[in-house]
Design a protein around this ligand. Structure first.
Ligand code: AMP
Length: 282
């Protein structure tokens, strides 16, 4: 079956209703400018379903007024070639007016989980994410939707939303794909200058350090966070937005490391905000 590009919500809904009668739909939502991390999600969707839909949509309502919506990298021709070889069947590629026509007024909000971590410095971000993902789920009708652990808070928020709103689909979360030096793959890495790119792997090193300290018995979250911050400051010019440790259920900051813990950070290199995280089980 040759891959098809679908630009309208109505056409995608018609196709999805037909596909669902014939098999299982796997879905990977993206903002495009794809890298190996995205392609792993697509290959997993391929293995777990009969039809694979990948959406490419840079969602304006999840960007703040001073953020990079306009300059977010885009290359549809390249994305299309990559998706063809990764085995996608459909690219859902709507325009902004198609997703948010005149008069659009409805938003989906997951309380609490979207407030801390990235939600603090990006108010409204997760409301934008959950709203667009709801619309995409209602259009693509997936049986399986695949997300990356790179955006851990996003994955947890969406998993909660799917549970709370009774979506009849399975959410799969795959591990973060990394460059050889540990830097998490991200469409935004192209913004980095060569100097920033050389420094950025310290983010992953700080997470590995946290994991080692916890493995050695450290249970004081404040101490672990301080050690991570010191390493990042010593080995880069990055400006720390946050270094945080939260439980993996409600994403509440913890003082003492006891159960499964998400260690997450966001650091600015110039105007580029990079995020990364690791899950540790003491
Ligand atoms: P994005 O296009 O950045 O919105 O990401 C689309 C999907 O790809 C999300 O589920 C991300 O978590 C996932 N993703 C992005 N980067 C990575 C990565 N390095 N490893 C695994 N998944 C990723």
């Amino acid at each position: 079956m040759p891959m098809r590009v679908v630009r309208s919500v109505a056409a995608m809904q018609r196709i999805a209703r037909d596909l669902r009668r014939r098999g299982r739909i796997g879905f990977v939502p993206t903002m495009g400018f794809l890298h190996e991390g995205h392609l792993r999600l697509v290959r997993t969707a391929r293995r777990q379903s009969d039809f694979v839909v990948v959406s490419i949509f840079v969602n304006p309502i999840q960007f703040g007024p001073t953020e990079d919506f306009r300059r977010y990298p885009r290359d549809f021709g390249r994305d299309r070639r990559l998706l063809q070889s990764a085995g996608a069947d459909f690219i859902f590629y709507p325009g902004v007016k198609e997703m948010y026509p005149e008069g659009f007024a409805t938003f989906v909000d997951v309380e609490r989980l979207g407030e801390g971590l990235c939600g603090k410095s990006r108010p409204g971000h997760f409301r934008g994410v959950t709203t667009v993902v709801t619309k995409l789920f209602n259009t693509v009708l997936p049986d399986v939707a695949v997300f990356g652990a790179k955006d851990a808070q996003q994955a947890f928020v969406i998993r909660r939303m799917a549970r709370d709103l009774d979506y009849q689909l399975r959410i799969v979360i795959l591990p973060t794909a990394r460059e050889n030096d540990g830097l998490a793959m991200s469409s935004r890495n192209v913004y980095l200058t060569p100097e920033q790119r050389a420094e950025a792997p310290v983010l992953h090193r700080s997470l590995v350090l946290a994991k080692r300290l916890i493995g050695q018995g450290e249970r004081d979250a404040a101490k672990v966070k301080a050690t991570m911050r010191r390493l990042i400051r010593r080995e880069s010019g990055g400006r720390i937005d946050y270094v945080e440790m939260v439980d993996t259920d409600e994403l509440r900051p913890i003082k003492t490391i006891a159960g499964e813990t998400l260690v997450a950070l966001a650091v600015f290199f110039g105007k580029t905000r990079l995020i990364d995280n690791i899950i540790v089980r003491p």
